[in-house]
Design a binder for this molecule. Structure first.
Ligand SMILES: [Zn+2]
Ligand SMILES: [Zn+2]
Length: 375
């Protein structure tokens, strides 16, 4: 629901600078958390998310307005001055974070929502670029979770402002270089408790959903602190095994379609529907019965570059970054055909960036990412 594109354009150089600093720091202390392929993919997913957001915003705004017309409470009309005050913004931020908590929690536990949110979790690395790794299908259902704000009459400009604050806050928490912080870790969303959120160790699964605070997690029983004896292993229990940002966005939807089709062929209509609306099952795909990899033995996806692939991929990545930054500026005012053309161009560029690897067998994570040669 955050449509602050000019803010993103303004923030892009700061994000870039902080990522470079994190990379240099990792190099200096001999603990590098970046891989070029992974970081380029995460950033491209952020770019795609922003571009598709421009195109899809009409849908989610219309859906939100339609929902709001049903849920608005009589008191909403009397609260307009309040929402525009400092206390009103503060209250809206708390309310937004509460709604975000439930969106995020169900985003992990309901399959149709996980299909959207899983994009943010596919990286097997954990660094500031992971924060930019965002979905492009959020427009479909995200608006539903912010209807309580519409019920209380929170104006759209206030909603967008607090949404941007919540989103921007979450940038700094995606790093391995900030250690545990006493007291703060218990109440605020911090690097330590968000590392737990991104980890696939059994003890950490489905924990710490809060956007800015751990209060909701502590209230609703999903808080887990980071434990020295359980170093975080990042990613998804069913690895994506691809650098393709387009596939990253559709992989789970494709799996659900496959599973529900299989159920339909068996005339199991209830199960076909449950594939979409039911709970996420990390171990067994609900309808297909496919066993998923053991979370304790994840495979690191780290394929080889094709000949000159690295240079071509970097060139494509830079073109996408520059074109996107220029196009994003004032994007809301551009004609629709230009927005679609820009989405097509950026999608093509993101795909081209990812198409420079040869498929290789993924080695176990414990093997340190050594990969076979291209054949
Ligand atoms: Zn999450
Ligand atoms: Zn995250």
């Amino acid at each position: 629901m955050a449509y602050n594109y000019d803010l993103i354009v303004w923030a892009a150089p700061i994000f870039t600078l902080l990522m470079v600093l994190e990379y240099l720091w990792g190099k200096r202390i001999g603990r590098q958390t970046y891989r070029l392929s992974d970081a380029m993919t995460s950033i491209n997913l952020g770019v795609l998310s922003q571009v598709s957001g421009v195109v899809s915003k009409a849908f989610s705004l219309a859906a939100f307005a339609w929902g709001a017309s049903y849920v608005a409470l009589p008191i909403a009309a009397h609260l307009q001055d309040f929402w525009h005050s400092v206390w009103g913004y503060a209250a809206a931020l708390v309310l937004y974070d509460f709604c975000y908590y439930w969106l995020h929690r169900l985003g992990h536990t309901r399959r149709v929502l996980w299909a959207t949110h899983s994009v943010h979790h596919q990286s097997q690395d954990y660094n500031l670029s992971t924060a930019l790794r965002q979905t492009s299908s959020g427009f479909l259902l995200t608006w539903l979770f912010y209807l309580p704000m519409a019920a209380l009459g929170v104006p759209l400009e206030v909603l967008f402002t607090v949404a941007a604050i919540d989103l921007f806050y979450q940038f700094w928490i995606h790093t391995e270089h900030v250690p545990r912080l006493p007291v703060l870790d218990k109440w605020l969303t911090t690097p330590s408790n968000h590392r737990v959120h991104h980890a696939i160790n059994n003890i950490y699964l489905d924990k710490n959903f809060g956007g800015m605070t751990m209060v909701w997690d502590r209230l609703f029983g999903s808080y887990q602190e980071e434990l020295t004896e359980h170093p975080c292993v990042y990613g998804t229990t069913k690895p994506l095994n691809s650098w393709n940002p387009i596939w990253a966005n559709v992989a789970e939807f494709s799996a659900m379609t496959r599973d529900s089709t299989k159920a339909l062929k068996n005339r199991a209509f209830g199960q076909a529907l449950w594939v979409w609306l039911g709970t996420t099952n990390y171990r067994v795909s609900a309808a297909s019965g496919d066993a998923l990899p053991d979370a304790a033995q994840p495979m690191r996806f780290d394929p080889q570059w094709r000949d000159k692939g690295k240079a071509v991929a970097i060139a494509c990545f830079l073109v996408v970054a520059v074109v996107n930054t220029l196009a994003l500026d004032g994007s809301a005012l551009k004609p629709l055909w230009q927005q679609w053309a820009w989405l097509a161009l950026v999608t093509l560029g993101c795909w081209a960036t990812s198409a420079n690897y040869c498929a290789t067998q993924s080695p176990p994570l414990s093997a340190g990412g050594a990969t076979p040669k291209c054949r």
